[in-house]
Design a protein around this ligand. Structure first.
Ligand code: OAD
Length: 229
């Protein structure tokens, strides 16, 4: 079967990384426009770098959980064609053993030069005066897709969604497009659509199946069911 999985911050919550919109969410205490837009970066580079430096440090101190491991197990079983798309900028899928993770919102592990477009490993603590590894210009930013920017891999994702037998959305609130619209693309092309989340989201009518609960419980259960098919 062709399975397309979309993950959001809910899958990393039990590893100790806060979600964005939860009560102790990452956006609490920060204005999205200050830390997650090109305009915010132009206005105060240090504030934005500090925000992502802190996220990078937090990610280093946590480990993948059973939901990340279950997805890696499914991918590595070789029994199905699994495409893994994540909105997360952490590397917990990779550390659990997943390959070819499509980080549509970028990655904390990388820096991006806005002058020449080079992407290279980010310093643990990025500084305003960092120079690009390729062109030497001091135009380096976190390789994070900010609001108003186009997410990565959109052509590949669109192709995979239209070809999917099953689309599974895990730990995402469905607040941010284009990811929030993936379920409808897959459904239109007759994929079975499954939501695995702590609570039902606004896309209620778009999912044909729903398992409500902690990701560390419902994801391994769902994977085991698929592996038995
Ligand atoms: P949200 O904070 O919007 O949603 C997290 C979802 O995870 C919610 O629906 C929670 O109910 C669910 N959740 C929380 N804990 C869970 C658990 N233990 N098990 C299962 N589900 C759980 O975060 P995202 O949907 O990931 O973009 O946010 C999408 C994008 O918005 C992010 O990638 C980020 C943000 O703005 C950018 O920064 C570009």
């Amino acid at each position: 079967m062709k399975i397309v999985i979309l993950t959001g911050s809910g899958i990393s919550a039990e590893s100790g990384i806060p979600t964005f919109r939860g009560s102790d969410g990452l956006w609490n205490g920060f204005k999205v426009e200050d830390v997650a837009t090109p305009e915010g970066f132009k206005k105060n580079k240090q504030l934005v770098l500090d925000f992502y430096n802190s996220r990078r440090k937090d990610v280093k101190s946590v480990v993948p959980n059973d939901a990340h491991f279950a997805i890696a197990k499914l991918q590595n079983s070789g029994l199905h064609d699994v495409t893994l798309i994540t909105q997360n900028v952490d590397d917990l899928h990779e550390r659990a053993g997943s390959k070819n993770v499509l980080h549509m919102h970028g990655s904390l592990a990388n820096a991006l030069c806005s002058h020449c477009g080079e992407v290279f490993p980010a310093n643990e603590v990025m500084m305003v005066e960092d120079a690009c590894a390729e062109c030497g210009e001091k135009t380096v930013r976190p390789d994070i897709v900010w609001f108003g920017e186009i997410p990565y891999y959109m052509d590949e994702i669109d192709y995979k969604l239209r070809d999917a037998d099953i689309f599974v959305s895990i730990g995402t609130s469905g607040n941010v497009y284009p990811a929030a619209g993936f379920v409808r693309i897959a459904k239109k092309k007759k994929a079975k659509t499954v939501e695995l989340n702590l609570e039902p989201t606004g896309g209620y009518h778009d999912f044909s199946e729903r398992k409500i609960g902690l990701a560390t419980k419902v994801v391994p259960e769902w994977v085991d069911d698929i592996l038995k098919m």
